[in-house]
Ligand binder design. Structure first.
Ligand SMILES: [Fe+2]
Length: 207
């Protein structure tokens, strides 16, 4: 299944890797509930695009119109898909300091992996939904961006490489309100091989 965001064809949810059911410190029940939310974003994306196909374009209005409502919420649904596909795909590893291209990128952009980790954790504590480590192609470096919802506040021409979900649904079952402990556990479950693979595939220059 592809997930091309503006393809009018229906898409399906990506399957979870088996390793996602055996994370260290994030329970299977929590991951299963989380996956159901992701499936919801996929089906709403399909529903919205279906409705956009039949919408009355001549009634477009900035205060309220079907075009406006559908397009605003499409950005939420698509954000929910992309964010969660990153999140699930790069979990299932053993965290620690990354080697390879990602290690070089983190060091070049933040000074050290420890400094990156501290900054990402603080960004996640300050966020209401997401914190992302992304490569900004104009700046030529990584930066930890903050997001309050699925569709806020991505920056153009930047490629996300780490997606930290800090919505309460990501951790409340296992950690109640202790988000800091969840973020520590998230970091320890990152699969750096997956992230290094993305760096290679996107052609991001490590140096
Ligand atoms: Fe989530």
């Amino acid at each position: 299944m592809s997930t091309l965001a503006y393809n009018a064809e229906e898409i399906g949810p990506r399957e979870l890797k088996p390793a996602l059911y055996e994370l260290d410190g994030i329970s299977r029940a929590s991951v299963e509930a989380h996956y159901k939310l992701y499936q919801g974003y996929v089906s709403k994306r399909n529903e919205i695009l279906r409705k956009l196909g039949a919408v009355d374009l001549s009634a477009a209005n900035q205060v309220y119109s079907d075009v406006r409502g559908l397009k605003v919420e499409l950005s939420f649904a698509i954000g929910g898909i992309k964010n969660h596909e990153l999140y699930f795909e790069h979990l299932g590893g053993h965290g620690g300091d990354p080697s390879g291209a990602v290690g070089d990128l983190l060091e070049r952009s933040f000074g050290s992996a420890a400094a990156w980790r501290a900054d990402l954790k603080a960004t996640g504590m300050a966020a209401r939904g997401w914190a992302w480590t992304a490569y900004d192609w104009d700046e030529g470096r990584l930066f930890n961006y903050i997001g309050d919802a699925q569709n806020t506040f991505p920056v153009w021409n930047a490629t996300p490489l780490v997606a930290l979900d800090v919505y309460e649904h990501a951790y409340f079952l296992d950690y109640q309100t202790d988000r800091a402990s969840y973020i520590d556990v998230f970091l320890e479950n990152l699969d750096w091989d997956v992230v290094n693979d993305w760096v290679g595939r996107y052609g991001i220059p490590a140096r």
